[in-house]
Ligand binder design. Structure first.
Ligand code: FDA
Length: 303
């Protein structure tokens, strides 16, 4: 089911069908702040008022032409400016494939450099989302190159389901990059990725151990309360303060757990996606939890 939904997230036909329906749009908005920057900012203000920080994602991915990539980069420059005006404790998350990574890594580097320069004073971080394993190495190199250009606040996500991730964590930590550790949301073959939940969780814990010992301000992106408990315990044991790392969760997912962590004095950052290109993002959220699919199908049938 998970693989099927992830494959469906890549279908242009389904995207057209599902994006246009009012009922699906309204369900998707459980996970998406809205289609405009103003809506993204409104949600961010509310979250900040509730003690959280945010990272904004202008939705879009796998672009196939330069014009589209440049338009998306311009939108991110606008986001960075707006975050500065609003004075929100925030950063941005960007998908390399939205910046042309799939057809021109050089263009991607140029556009990410523009965004990094624009956000240098207004954003707390610029994190490259990690997409499927075809672009993992290129994304890691992008972070290294941006770091080498002096954009020290640039980092990326790393996925615990990939065999290579423990090595990437060491490599990028050595470059000084702040990393977001997540489980991984794409469908990957056994040749590159752990297939069982137990293996993925164990690798998450191993990478978390390293990041808590050696990493630059680690960002743990999970809603898994067992892993969160584990991270808290290890951090306490190592004497890493609650302001020296953060938890990250997705907008619309486990808000009560977010509130609980905030009340206990932990840093919690919420990933706030906005924009009209929400279809693939939404499908990945459905794939993460069977109950979401059941809810979605019930809503479709009952419309
Ligand atoms: P797990 O899937 O085990 O879920 C634990 C519990 O959380 C579930 O039992 C359920 O209660 C709740 N939950 C999780 N997902 C839910 C959902 N969609 N809807 C409702 N409840 C849900 N991936 C990637 O490949 N590249 C990336 O760059 C990122 N970036 C990223 C940023 C942030 C801030 C987060 C939180 C996650 C990502 N991810 C990601 C997604 C990540 O890889 C993973 O797919 C999801 O976070 C789900 O895994 P959990 O760690 O939450 O555990």
């Amino acid at each position: 089911m998970r693989t099927l939904l992830i494959r469906a997230s890549e279908s242009a036909l389904l995207q057209r069908e599902i994006s246009q329906r009012r009922v699906t749009r309204s369900i998707a908005m459980r996970f998406v702040a809205g289609e405009t920057l103003d809506e993204g900012i409104d949600v961010s203000r509310e979250l900040v008022g509730a003690g959280r920080t945010v990272t904004l994602d202008y939705l879009g991915e796998s672009v196939t032409d330069e014009r589209e990539a440049r338009t998306a980069a311009k939108a991110y420059v606008e986001v960075a400016g707006r975050l500065g005006q609003e004075g929100l404790p925030s950063g941005v998350s960007v998908k390399p494939s939205q910046m042309g990574m799939l057809f021109s890594p050089q263009l991607c580097l140029e556009l990410l450099g523009d965004i990094a320069a624009a956000g240098e004073r207004t954003c707390e971080h610029l994190t490259l989302d990690m997409e499927d394993s075809d672009v993992t190495e290129a994304t890691v190199q992008m972070v290294e190159r941006l770091q080498a250009q002096g954009h020290r606040y640039v980092g990326c996500a790393v996925q615990a389901y990939l065999h290579r991730t423990a090595a990437d964590v060491r490599r990028l930590s050595a470059a000084g990059a702040s990393l977001r550790l997540c489980k991984g949301a794409y469908a990957e073959p056994a040749g590159v990725a752990y297939q069982s939940r137990t293996q993925v969780d164990a690798n998450f814990a191993r990478c978390a151990d390293y990041l808590l010992r050696e990493g630059t301000y680690p960002r743990f992106a999970t809603h898994d309360h067992r892993l969160i408990r584990y991270i808290r315990r290890v951090a306490d044991h190592l004497g890493r303060g609650r302001d020296e790392y953060e938890f990250q969760m997705l907008y619309g997912v486990r808000p009560a757990l977010q509130a609980e962590l905030v009340a206990a004095g932990y840093q919690v950052r919420v990933y706030v996606p906005f924009g009209s290109q929400w279809y693939p993002y939404f499908m990945r959220r459905l794939a993460e939890r069977p109950a979401n699919v059941a809810f979605f199908l019930r809503a479709l049938v009952g419309r």
